[in-house]
Design a protein around this ligand. Structure first.
Ligand SMILES: [Zn+2]
Length: 397
């Protein structure tokens, strides 16, 4: 088993540190460029055309494309290049080790395993098959997923999209066809300090924030009725932090909250924020607050692909052929699929490895899953080459 290509490739990828710079202070392991260069080199050798979307010299996404210039179908594959930090790990993070049918190391599961499976599945035979069928493959290695989906958001803003897309993440070989969005924001209100014995001379920012909190709850309850989603459930609200005031006997002059609002397809993040701002300016007009700020801390759009879409049905067919359960799933976590759903007609998240092993202190991927993942992706690419005509011909990449 030791010389199986996908295992050897994954070892190489794990040995190249690509920790998201927001997750480490150690320059020797930070940033994605080592893996990005390797990924680009590997695919260039396979005949892919390589383009870059660089944000800084050390951070950028690789866009590798193969196939006709005027394709009948564009298939977008994407794997993020970065990993989370390694501070608490109990295994050497960048010395890949195969033991008990597992490959250990940071990123082995999330998401270098799924990345490697698609790299080896795109062998010359499969690439020829796809090209002959009129399929252009766009394989993206994206930076900055583990903090703010920066790389994917940049590409989507510049219009990178496709007819269908597979975001490579460890889903235990389930087809993730929907996940919620996340809108994280802070609300800051200011009032006016005064002595606690004479509160009418001041403007209490904590009392004002109590009104804001009540409004947020009422408004989310309405949104839950409006946007109930059979697959994902409704939108949710959590206020995870609050701070404000100086002392018990001083009227609080400021108060700040951190809000975690999870959204479902159809909801508009900008509309949600603008309602919050309207409510706050109303409080301001009524003299309950002096000023306010609403700042987005993180925003990720939700996505949902129809269960009877060609992509979902195709992957299900391939799973059955490969002797696996054709499982459909929704996810509680967030991925680059939220971004790419805006420019891809049909999109799923799929790959070998368990999400329970992502971000762990002894991260690993089961070798069997890794190899099964490669096999299923190969089968899907073969399937696609015979089913290009079944996809609708809307926007291309
Ligand atoms: Zn991931």
């Amino acid at each position: 088993m030791a010389d199986v290509e996908v295992i050897e490739l994954l070892k190489k990828l794990v040995a190249l540190p690509s920790v998201n710079p927001e997750h480490t202070d150690d320059a020797s392991i930070a940033n994605e460029y080592r893996v990005a260069d390797f990924f680009a080199g590997y695919l260039a050798e396979r005949g892919f055309r390589i383009e870059w979307d660089r944000m800084t010299p050390e951070r950028g996404s690789v866009l590798a494309s193969y196939g006709p210039e005027q394709p009948l179908h564009t298939l977008l594959l994407e794997a993020h290049l970065d990993t989370v930090g390694v501070a608490d790990m109990v295994i050497p993070p960048f010395e890949p080790r195969v033991e008990n049918g597992r490959l250990y190391g940071r990123g082995s599961c999330d998401t270098k395993g799924p990345m490697a499976a698609a790299m080896t599945a795109l062998c010359p035979r499969v690439l020829d098959l796809l090209a002959e069928a009129g399929v252009r493959v766009l394989y993206i290695g994206a930076f900055g997923e583990e903090k703010g989906n920066v790389g994917a958001e940049r590409l989507v803003e510049s219009g990178v999209g496709a007819h269908s897309a597979i975001i490579l993440e460890p889903t235990d070989l389930s087809i993730v066809y929907a996940h919620k969005g996340a809108l994280w924001f802070e609300v800051l209100v200011t009032g006016e300090a005064a002595h606690g014995s004479d509160p009418d001379r001041g403007m209490n920012a904590i009392f004002a924030m109590a009104k804001v909190l009540q409004w947020l709850q009422t408004r989310t309850a309405q949104a839950q009725e409006e946007w109930n989603n059979p697959a994902l459930g409704g939108p949710t609200l959590n206020v995870g932090r609050i701070d404000g005031g100086i002392a018990m006997n001083i009227v609080a002059h400021r108060c700040r909250i951190e809000v975690d609002r999870r959204t479902v397809p159809g909801e508009d993040h900008e509309a949600i924020l603008s309602e919050v701002r309207v409510m706050l300016s109303d409080l301001q007009v009524r003299g309950a607050i002096r000023s306010f700020e609403v700042n987005v801390l993180k925003a990720g759009t939700p996505f949902q692909t129809a269960q009877d879409s060609v992509l979902v049905r195709g992957v299900q067919e391939v799973l059955v052929e490969g002797g696996c359960e054709p499982r459909l799933a929704t996810a509680a976590w967030y991925s680059d699929a939220g971004a790419f759903a805006r420019t891809c007609n049909e999109i799923i998240v799929f790959g070998p490895g368990s999400i329970h092993q992502a971000h762990t202190v002894d991260e690993y991927i089961e070798i069997d899953q890794l190899m099964k993942g490669e096999e299923l992706l190969t089968r899907y690419f073969e399937w696609l080459s015979g089913h290009v005509h079944t996809f609708g011909a809307a926007n291309s990449g």
